[in-house]
Design a protein around this ligand. Structure first.
Ligand code: XMP
Length: 508
């Protein structure tokens, strides 16, 4: 399989770069710059290397540097932003501070002839975010793009197959960004494009059929996309030897627990233990109002319930987890024993007796996991499930949690999601929140005093920042009418128009 290395210098777009490469059917992996040497890059037979951006200045002694030997390996390299400046610096050029002439945002770019600009108009808009710039080219390089303020917005040393762009081709704001990457990957690196999730999913099933033959595998199934896809994949590989424990904490959305149960005990026919632990959770949560305390209680209780079920099963050979590539990148820099800290089942391995961990999805991005889910035949409502916090509706009920409030929120949330679901373009996450504010209303001739439901919808790439989604008024109107008419105890509906930052996506 052809591989491209994304050498990470701390850029905020490192994952985006790798995804852009994979979208072109080329397998990309991200490695921090201090975790791989030029010798190892050569040995791994990468078809190309991409240096990411980063927040530093190359002359800052604390900034990440790299062995210039990498430039002489004969492997094509594309430097982006800080990666471009670093390439210039490593090759003997000069990088200077542009001061007030730094460029931020959409910028007009003039292109010269180059393999990486093949088939692209000579004037395009690109996305810039830099203060430092390449002020003197290294020997052997020539400038292939400029802007009004930047004398070297891109450079190349064709002989050594080294390319550098000051702008960000990976973000959608750069026109023809995808084509620039295609030109580098196919035109310069000579990739042919052999990465397909279908093939990879099939290969994984075959791999685990052999590796896990005769072993007992245990998986904590949360009903989220990742653990569901991991369960479906492993069930195809080991069949009956897989046991999934699904802890239903009673804080799921309407019908969710049943969908999970129906899917896995029906179509996949795997050994599914559904633990209905609602009462245990509600008992522990009674009267608790503080959000972080709610999270802590739920996380701990989850482990206790899982522990109790696992002890009935006894020793298992393998504990399977739905870890995906962004978790690996963020948490452990490739260390398979690290379990994502925000995950509800963090801590499980220390209390369950098992010999080995498998993480079948550890090399896949979220969109690839969803594709794998579809290929494996999981229902759309599971595969395209929007993110849902582990503590569930507990952090969408402001104040203390009761069964009655949970029922109220479940109904309002289902209505809102049904109505928004009819829109052509969906927000990335949308849900209802039950506030602890009660207000006066009127129904028929009578005064009411019911809860206020808040509707939340956000558009985001990575959930680190998010903007509130401009849901059409008629959709909001229908949702509001239906919620106040159909859900008992709700007399008012409001729409949250805060972005993140300063607000967060969830209310708690
Ligand atoms: P915030 O509210 O931090 O949410 O802007 C960003 C994303 O994270 C999800 N979220 C959580 N997920 N456990 C989780 O597994 C949590 O405690 C939790 N809190 C927030 C949230 O739904 C959004 O997608």
């Amino acid at each position: 399989m052809e591989k491209v290395l994304v050498l990470d210098f701390g850029g905020q777009y490192n994952q985006l770069i790798a995804r852009r490469v994979r979208e072109q059917h080329i397998y990309a992996e991200i490695k921090p710059y201090d975790r791989i040497t030029p010798e190892e890059i050569k040995k791994a037979k990468y078809k190309g290397v991409i240096f990411t951006g980063g927040p530093n200045s190359v002359y800052d002694p604390a900034s990440p540097h790299y062995d210039p030997e990498v430039l002489n390996l004969g492997i094509p390299i594309l430097g982006i932003c800080y990666g471009a400046q670093l390439m210039a610096f490593m090759a003997g050029g000069t990088v200077s501070d542009a001061g007030e002439s730094g460029e931020y945002g959409k910028t007009k770019l003039s292109l010269s002839k180059s393999t990486i600009f093949r088939g692209i108009p000579s004037g395009i808009d690109c996305w810039m975010s830099h203060r430092d710039f390449i002020s003197k080219l290294p020997d052997g390089f020539k400038t292939i793009a400029v802007t009004d303020k930047c004398p070297c917005a891109a450079m190349s040393d064709v002989k050594r197959k080294l390319y550098a762009v000051q702008f960000h081709p990976e973000v959608t704001h750069t026109e023809y960004g995808r084509e620039i990457l295609t030109n580098f990957l196919y035109g310069v690196c000579g990739c042919s494009g052999d990465w397909y999730v279908e093939d990879y999913t099939g290969e994984l099933i075959e791999k685990y059929k052999t590796e896990l033959a005769g072993k007992k595998v245990l998986l904590a199934l949360s009903g989220g996309v990742d653990s569901s896809v991991a369960a479906a994949l492993l069930s195809k590989a080991v069949g009956d030897n897989l046991t999934c424990v699904f802890v239903d904490h009673g804080l799921l959305r309407k019908g969710e627990g049943d969908i999970v149960e129906k899917t896995f005990s029906g179509r996949f026919g795997l050994n599914l233990i559904r633990v209905n632990a609602k009462d245990r959770f509600l008992e522990k949560l009674a009267g608790v109002k503080e959000p972080e305390q709610k999270r802590k209680i739920i996380g701990e209780e989850f482990i206790r319930v899982f522990e109790a079920e696992a002890s009935k099963i006894g020793h298992v050979d393998v504990l399977a987890q739905g870890t995906i590539y962004p978790d690996v990148i963020e948490s452990g820099k490739g260390d398979s024993a690290v379990i994502k800290s925000h995950h509800n089942v963090g801590g499980l391995p220390s209390v369950i007796s098992f010999d080995e961990i498998v993480e079948p999805l550890r090399d896949l991005f979220k969109d690839e996991v969803r594709s794998a889910g579809e290929i494996l035949g999981l229902p759309r409502e599971l595969v395209w499930r929007q993110p849902f916090p582990g503590p569930g509706l507990a952090v969408r009920i402001i104040g203390d949690i009761t069964e009655e409030k949970l029922d109220t929120l479940r109904e309002a949330d289902a209505i809102f999601r049904e109505e928004v679901g009819k829109c052509e373009v969906l927000p990335d996450q949308f849900f209802a929140v039950l506030t602890d504010t009660r207000t006066v209303g009127v129904m028929g001739d009578a005064r009411t005093y019911g809860y206020t439901v808040a509707l939340r919808a956000v558009t985001t790439d990575d959930f680190m920042t998010a903007t509130w989604t401009k849901i059409p008024y008629d959709v909001l109107e229908t949702a509001s009418n239906r919620i106040t008419n159909e859900v008992l105890g709700v007399s008012r509906v409001v729409f949250d128009i805060s972005s993140k930052p300063p607000a967060t996506v969830e209310w708690e």
